[in-house]
Design a protein around this ligand. Structure first.
Ligand SMILES: NC(=O)c1ccc[n+]([C@@H]2O[C@H](COP(=O)([O-])OP(=O)(O)OC[C@H]3O[C@@H](n4cnc5c(N)ncnc54)[C@H](OP(=O)(O)O)[C@@H]3O)[C@@H](O)[C@H]2O)c1
Length: 301
């Protein structure tokens, strides 16, 4: 099968198309014929070698983990899914290939495109996990710093669906888009806390930081306690009393099912800013790294 691979850490030019044997699903797993692959910042961070010292990858490796496709092999003990079903989920051993083995998956709503589905697994899981930590409840006011990226868009829609009032930061070109999701937009950057206080005089209950860049110091001044702020990207957040999550304490994959149901009710959608062929994965990584994508980038097979 055709697969994307790299043999050394480095810039996006280390990505190559290679031929590999098709993987086989072990017990509890399924294999899909991949139709689309989601691009997450984690994918190019790993490729760059950013985690090479702490959690080295076994090279060469097939990058990416999010994918959508058609089930074409089923491992021992798996129930509730059949050959030919359309699913989206998370791969072991890389998803950027013609076939991938999934360890978590959810049925894709028929009306959802493969591209849109491929972008969902990690961002919706992350939003669900962060809300679990924050104890987000109906009627609360949530601030999402970085509301127009993959995790941000997943988070604000989930929060609105769960009955929260949501304020979200983005650059001004994304404000109308956020309003369309039922979110009150606010511009990020210095002075954020004052702008948020003006929008929410009775305060913010909980805050999710998806963007880092020093914002946590201001976010903790807005919530009842600093621990009511969770960052997914600023590993210095605990210095301000905020919490950080990287998924090592457990994942919230069930959020994929919640989002599939919301999609079918017309209450969730994920914009795909651009789809690239597998052969142009380097350009996809570079665009993701530019840091201003609205929604998701995917690789289409
Ligand atoms: N810890 C975990 O478990 C976990 C899980 C998933 C992701 N992450 C990390 O979380 C981060 C976000 O992931 P993602 O997939 O949402 O990334 P993404 O889709 O690439 O995020 C892009 C968005 O970031 C916004 N942005 C850029 N600069 C900003 C700033 N200074 N303040 C607020 N927003 C800003 C942009 O908005 P504008 O275009 O409007 O500027 C853009 O919409 C990444 O660092 C990723 O590695 C961590």
């Amino acid at each position: 099968m055709k697969a994307l691979q790299y043999s050394e850490y480095g810039p996006s030019s280390v990505l190559r198309i290679v031929e590999l044997p098709e993987p086989q699903p072990g017990a509890g797993r399924i294999r899909i014929a991949v139709r689309a692959v989601g691009v997450n910042p984690f994918d190019w961070k790993v490729r760059s070698g950013a985690f090479g010292d702490t959690t080295p990858s076994r090279l060469p490796m097939v990058p990416h983990s999010d994918a959508a496709g058609v089930v074409d092999a089923i491992g021992e003990g798996v129930e509730g899914v059949a050959i030919g079903d359309e699913v989206f989920g998370v791969a072991v051993g890389g998803s950027a290939a013609e076939h991938a083995v999934l360890h978590e998956w959810t049925a894709k709503p028929a009306a959802m495109s493969m591209a849109e589905a491929a972008g969902l697994p990690n961002v919706v899981e992350t939003a669900g996990r962060a809300f679990g930590l924050l104890g987000l409840e109906k009627g609360q006011t949530l601030l999402v710093n970085g509301a127009s990226g993959g995790v941000g868009i997943a988070a604000v829609q989930l929060a609105v669906a769960r009955g929260a009032a949501v304020i979200g930061t983005a650059s001004e070109r994304n404000h109308d888009f956020l309003r369309g999701l039922g979110v009150t937009p606010v511009t990020y950057g210095a002075g954020l806390a004052d702008r948020v206080r003006a929008l929410a005089p009775s305060g913010i209950d909980v805050a999710l930081d998806t963007a880092g860049r020093g914002a946590v110091a201001e976010l903790v001044t807005l919530t009842p306690t600093p621990a009511d702020v969770v960052s997914i990207t600023d590993f210095d957040a605990p210095k301000h009393g905020a919490r950080v999550t990287d998924g090592s304490q457990g994942r919230a994959w069930a959020t994929m099912r919640e989002v599939a149901a919301l999609y079918s009710e017309g209450r969730f959608a994920m914009p795909v800013e651009r789809a690239f062929p597998l052969e142009e994965a380097a350009a996809a990584h570079d665009l993701s790294e530019s840091g201003h994508v609205r929604g998701k980038i995917v690789l289409a097979l």
